[in-house]
Design a protein around this ligand. Structure first.
Ligand code: DWN
Ligand code: SAH
Length: 414
């Protein structure tokens, strides 16, 4: 197996030493679905979090090389959720109304544009756009939809090239990607160069406050290097002459935050920023002890889930996973869930089907198998899409099927 890097961890924002607060142990690549002949060579690293009080940044202490995670066989396709398609249509409409009106020929750039779930809304309105998506297979899907996409990793250098080729942008957007990039200073410097003087930088990511309050520890995996708050984003922005001008909580992905930034002084700072920073202090997000407590809550959650799954096994109840999410890689490996607990995981994404889940090696099967061979319980690994999935699964419930949830508490529904 690959050796773990020996270097002592340091904060990716301040460069100062970073203390490990909680370790989930050895973890595989969250989206590294694999075939049996690949089991012997599976890559593992130590998944652990540390907190830097100066920057207020919760972050991974060890990281996986980005090229091991984002490549031509990336397993996550954004458009698998109809709800998320509507969410990004609304995000795009809001940006158009609020920020593009003043420009005669607006230009929108999106980082981590995946299969074009957000940019398709700008393309449909004839807005000049550019997607930046290093995972070649999902980028190809976007191009099929007529979305202009460069398949590279965004950093300061790429930003300079984009400016030279296309000019500066009115809006630089991102969803569930900023928290993936360890070289955060290069990204922010790139954004600064790319944005017009009145341009906006709007992005959203899973929110640290929700992760702590709901014990949604499965948001912690290799791809998620950072767990952002208004305070930590404000800190990074200030180092680059940028300013956090508004925040807006979002319900998606189990609780996210949308951050709006501009060049310092270019736009008025909305009251939402101060309000959120007050909430964060109230939640103790600025104190390391909060994350020590979080670690204990994570262990309690694991114990409760395993007690329930062991009970199902003893009683001969069949359990299948619902949604082969990245998050489920943390849950299965941290809790010790095996194919004896969960027979298979149902997922609608073709590239995941017929493979095995990372580390735990639970078979991933097409959704049709779930319908044909309904289990007694569906362990909802895609709990963030619960509303969409429950609405789709009325027949499963009517036939006596039940969902096992573990966020915010372990329990059975309905
Ligand atoms: O940040 C990230 C988010 C946006 O997406 C990435 N790092 C990776 C990925 O995380 P995830 O895999 O935890 O995302 P989801 O959206 O929770 O994944 C849902 C999975 O469930 C997909 O594989 C599709 C599948 N699914 C399904 O089988 N039936 C989803 C729905 C809604 C369904 O009805
Ligand atoms: N924005 C989409 C996709 C999120 S998944 C959504 O919210 O559903 C994260 C995406 O970011 C992946 O498609 C990955 O390839 C991409 N990504 C990772 N590092 C990146 C970087 N440095 N620059 C641009 N995109 C990156």
């Amino acid at each position: 197996m690959n050796p773990a890097p020996a270097a002592a961890p340091s904060c990716l924002v301040t460069g100062k030493p970073l203390e490990k607060i909680f370790s989930f142990g050895r973890m595989p690549i969250a989206n590294g679905f694999l075939a049996p002949e690949q089991f012997a060579d599976e890559y593992f690293f130590e998944l652990a979090i540390g907190f830097n009080p100066e920057s207020r940044m919760l972050q991974l202490t060890e990281r996986v090389d980005e090229r091991k995670m984002f490549h031509e066989n990336y397993a996550f396709f954004s458009s698998t959720s109809a709800y998320m398609q509507r969410h990004f249509a609304e995000f795009a409409a809001k940006v158009s109304e609020a920020y593009l009106g003043e420009s005669a020929d607006p230009f929108v750039v999106e980082i981590g544009s995946n299969d074009g779930i957000m940019l398709q809304n700008f393309a449909a309105r004839g807005v000049r756009h550019l997607g930046i998506e290093p995972s070649a297979n999902v980028a190809a899907k976007a191009r099929e939809k007529g979305i202009r996409t460069v398949s590279e990793f965004f950093d300061e250098k790429l930003a300079e090239r984009i400016v030279a080729e296309h000019g500066q942008a009115d809006a630089f957007l991102g969803a569930n990607v900023m928290c993936h990039i360890p070289y955060i200073h290069s990204v922010f410097e790139g954004v600064k160069k790319l944005l017009k003087p009145k341009g906006v930088f709007a992005f959203e990511d899973p929110y640290l406050g929700d992760i702590v309050q709901k014990t949604s520890y499965d948001q912690i995996y290799d791809e998620h290097v950072f767990y952002f708050s208004a305070a930590s984003i404000g800190f990074v922005a200030a180092a680059h002459g940028l300013e956090l001008v508004a925040v807006e909580p979002q319900s998606v992905h189990g609780g996210s935050m949308r951050y709006v930034l501009s060049h310092r002084g270019a736009r008025p700072v909305d009251a939402s920023v101060r309000r959120q920073e007050d909430i964060e202090r109230f939640l103790g997000l600025d104190r390391p002890e909060t994350y020590v407590k979080f670690g204990r809550a994570v262990e309690r959650s694991r114990d409760a889930l395993m007690a329930l799954l062991d009970d199902c096994r003893k009683k001969g109840r069949r359990v299948a996973g619902y949604g082969a999410t990245s998050k489920s890689t943390t849950v299965t490996n941290f809790c010790g869930i095996t194919p004896q607990h969960v027979e298979f995981i149902s997922d609608t994404t073709p590239i995941k089907q017929g493979k095995f889940s990372p580390g735990a090696h639970i078979p991933v099967r097409p959704y049709e198998d779930f319908v044909k061979n309904r289990p007694d319980y569906a362990l909802l690994f895609a709990w963030n899409h619960a509303a969409e999935i429950m609405a789709k699964e009325r027949e499963f419930v009517a036939a006596g099927g039940r969902f096992i949830l573990y966020v915010p508490q372990v329990g059975i529904e309905p």
